[in-house]
Design a protein around this ligand. Structure first.
Ligand code: GLC
Length: 543
C-alpha cells in the first residue's frame, strides 16, 4: 500500500447520524455504516471520514465530546467500532476520524472537575476561566462572540466565567497547559493503535489563544489575533505529526481551518505539520468561470510553495449543499452564502434542475483537479439542502443562539434516502422515524433507484471515480490550462492527453477540440459541443 495515498485520494464524509440507522431509533449509527460499506466500496472512494461518534450530550451535533476514547451508546460500542475499522480495511477503505481539540463537552470529566474546583485550581487551568469585568464581575471578561451567536462566555455559580467560542456546552480548552497537549497526543495514539488511518482536525486554527484574552479591537498583525490562527498553534501540530509519523504506515491529518488569509493557511500544511487541509476557498467560490480559475490557481500556487497537495471540497455538514447554492442566482452562491441566513433565501429562488446540472459538472471538475477530493454523503445522490424543516425539529445550536435569525446547518444533515417510496427511505428499518424529516421528493433520489439509472448522479460519480482510478494522470500532479479557450469555459490538461472542461457560460456551446474523444460527460453534448453548465472529460488519443 503506498504511504502517500492521501495526496490523491477520494474521501467520503460520513455524518454518522444521517448516514444509516442500524437499530431503528431514527439516528444513524456504526451498524448503519457497517451495512453500507459495500455501497462505499462500489462507489470507489479510497477512504471514509466519520464525524464525531464519541459520547456526547449533543449540544452541537457530536462536536461536544464527553469522552474521546469511547463511542456514544446511541451509535454503538467500541467493539463495534473496532469491527467497522477492520471491515472497512477489508473493503480497501481507509478510515479517518474526527478529533475535536479546541473544546470538550461541558459533560467531560475535566470540565466537571473544573466546576467542582476553586478558581485558580489546576482543574480550572485546563480551560479558560476568568473573573468577569465591570462592578462585581458581572460582565463577561472580554468582548468575544460565539461563532453561533451571543457572548463567548458563560458564568458559573461561584462568579467566574468560562470561554466557549461555540456553544455554552463546548468549553474551550487551554492549550498553553501541558496536560492538555499530552492528553490529545494520547487520544491520537489510542485510535491510531486501533488501526485508524488519520484524523480530521476540528477548528484546527483556533486552539491557541492570547493568554491575556484581550478584547477584539480592530485589525491585528498576522499570527497575533487573540484567538485565531496564532503562531503557537503550529507547534502543537509539529508534535502531532511526530506521533503520526511514529506509526507504520504513517497516519495522516486533514485540517478544518476557515481562514481569510490563504498564505497563512498554507503554513498548516508545511512538511513537518499537517498533511492536508480543506480548501474552503474553493468551497465558497460561486459558479463562475473566472472566480473558479482564480481559486484553483491560487490554491495550487500557494500549496506548491510548501509541497502540499490540494484538496477540493464542495459540501460538508456545515454548509448549504452545493447543489442548492449553484441552483441560485450569483449573489446567493459565493463567499458568506454558505450558511443559510433565514431571510436570504426568500429573494433567491432555487432552480433544482439547474443546480443539479451544475452539481454534475462540478463533480467532474472536482474529481479531475490535482490532489484529493471530498464527497459529502448525499452529494453522490444529488441531494439538495432541505430548507423547509419545521422550526421545532431544528437541532443546530445556531438557531437559538442567533435569536432564531439563522436556521443553521440541519438542512444539509437530513438522513440519506437509500430505497423505497417514502420515509424512512431505507435509512432505518420500516416504521422508524429519522431524527430530521426527509422530503417526500427524495423518492426519486434513493440510492436504489439511482443504481438502475445510468444517467443518475450516482452512476456519474461511480463512473468518474472508477475512471479516475484507471487514469494515472489524475490525483496528485500538475495541471496546465488549455490555451485558446473562450471566456466562460474552464479547460485544463492533466498529463498530455487528458482534458477536463466545464462550460460556465450560457452564451455559446463550446465546440470540443478536434481529435478529442469523450471519456465522460455530465450531460448531453449536442453536435459535439459542450453546452452551458456541463462538464466533460476528454482524451486525446495518440498525441
Ligand atoms: C467545526 C465543525 C462544526 C462544529 C464546530 C465546533 O466547524 O465542522 O460542525 O459546529 O467545528 O466544533
Amino acid at each position: 500500500m503506498p504511504t502517500d495515498w492521501w495526496r490523491g485520494a477520494v474521501i467520503y464524509q460520513i455524518y454518522i447520524r444521517g448516514f444509516g440507522d442500524g437499530d431503528g431509533d431514527g439516528i444513524g449509527d456504526v451498524a448503519g455504516i457497517r451495512a453500507r460499506l459495500p455501497y462505499l466500496a462500489r462507489l470507489g472512494v479510497d477512504a471514509i471520514w466519520i464525524t464525531p461518534w464519541y459520547p456526547s450530550p449533543m449540544a452541537d451535533g457530536g462536536y461536544d465530546v464527553a469522552d474521546y476514547r469511547d463511542i456514544d451508546p446511541v451509535l454503538g460500542t467500541l467493539a463495534e467500532a473496532d469491527t467497522l475499522i477492520a471491515e472497512a480495511h477489508q473493503h480497501g477503505l481507509r478510515v479517518i476520524l474526527d478529533i475535536v481539540p479546541n473544546h470538550t463537552s461541558s459533560a467531560h470529566p475535566w470540565f466537571q472537575a473544573a466546576l467542582g474546583a476553586a478558581p485558580g485550581s489546576a482543574e480550572r487551568e485546563r480551560y479558560l476561566f476568568r473573573d468577569g469585568s465591570g462592578a462585581g464581575g458581572d460582565l463577561p471578561p472580554n468582548n468575544w462572540r460565539s461563532v453561533f451567536g451571543g457572548p463567548a462566555w458563560t458564568r458559573v455559580p461561584d462568579g467566574q466565567w468560562y470561554l466557549h467560542m461555540f456553544a455554552p456546552g463546548q468549553p474551550d480548552l487551554n492549550w498553553a497547559e501541558p496536560a492538555v497537549r499530552a492528553e490529545f497526543e494520547d487520544i491520537l495514539r489510542f485510535w491510531f493503535d486501533r488501526g485508524v488511518d488519520g484524523f480530521r482536525i476540528d477548528v484546527a486554527n483556533r486552539m491557541a489563544k492570547d493568554p491575556a484574552l484581550p478584547d477584539l479591537a480592530g485589525p491585528v498583525a498576522p499570527g497575533q489575533h487573540p484567538y485565531q490562527d496564532r503562531d503557537e498553534v503550529h507547534d502543537i501540530y509539529r508534535g502531532w505529526r511526530r506521533v503520526a509519523d511514529s506509526y507504520d504506515p504513517p497516519r495522516v491529518f486533514v485540517a478544518e481551518a476557515w481562514m481569510q488569509d490563504q498564505d497563512r493557511f498554507a503554513l498548516y500544511v508545511r512538511g513537518d505539520e499537517l498533511h492536508t487541509a480543506f480548501n474552503f476557498d474553493f468551497l465558497t467560490t460561486p459558479w463562475d468561470c473566472a472566480a473558479t480559475r482564480d481559486s484553483i490557481d491560487g490554491t495550487l500556487a500557494r500549496l506548491r510553495r510548501v509541497d502540499a497537495p490540494a484538496t477540493w471540497v464542495l459540501s460538508n455538514h456545515d454548509v448549504v449543499r452545493h447543489l442548492s447554492r449553484f441552483g441560485r442566482p450569483p449573489h446567493a452562491q459565493g463567499r458568506g452564502a454558505h450558511f443559510v441566513q433565514l431571510n436570504a433565501l426568500a429573494d433567491s429562488p432555487l432552480d433544482i434542475e439547474l443546480g443539479t446540472r451544475r452539481a454534475r459538472a462540478a463533480a467532474l471538475l472536482l474529481l479531475a483537479l490535482p490532489g484529493s477530493g471530498y464527497v459529502y454523503q448525499g452529494d453522490e445522490l444529488g441531494l439538495w439542502e432541505v430548507e423547509d424543516l419545521p422550526d421545532d425539529v431544528l437541532q443546530d445550536p445556531t438557531w437559538e443562539q442567533s435569536g432564531r435569525t439563522n436556521r443553521g446547518r440541519d438542512g444539509c444533515r437530513v438522513p440519506l434516502p437509500w430505497s423505497g417510496d417514502g420515509p424512512p427511505f431505507g435509512f432505518g428499518p420500516p416504521g422508524s422515524s429519522p431524527w430530521l424529516p426527509q422530503p417526500s421528493a427524495w423518492k426519486a433520489l434513493t440510492a436504489a433507484r439511482q443504481e438502475e439509472d445510468p444517467g443518475s448522479m450516482l452512476s456519474l460519480y461511480r463512473t468518474a471515480i472508477a475512471l479516475r482510478g484507471t487514469l494515472d494522470v489524475l490525483g496528485d500532479g500538475p495541471l496546465a490550462w488549455l490555451p485558446d479557450v473562450p471566456d466562460g469555459v474552464l479547460a485544463f490538461l492533466r498529463g498530455r492527453d487528458f482534458v477536463c472542461a466545464v462550460n460556465y457560460s450560457a452564451a455559446e456551446p463550446w465546440p470540443l477540440p478536434a481529435g478529442a474523444s469523450v471519456l465522460l460527460a455530465s450531460g448531453p453534448l449536442p453536435d459535439g459541443r459542450l453546452p452551458a453548465d456541463t462538464g466533460v472529460w476528454l482524451e486525446f488519443r495518440g498525441r
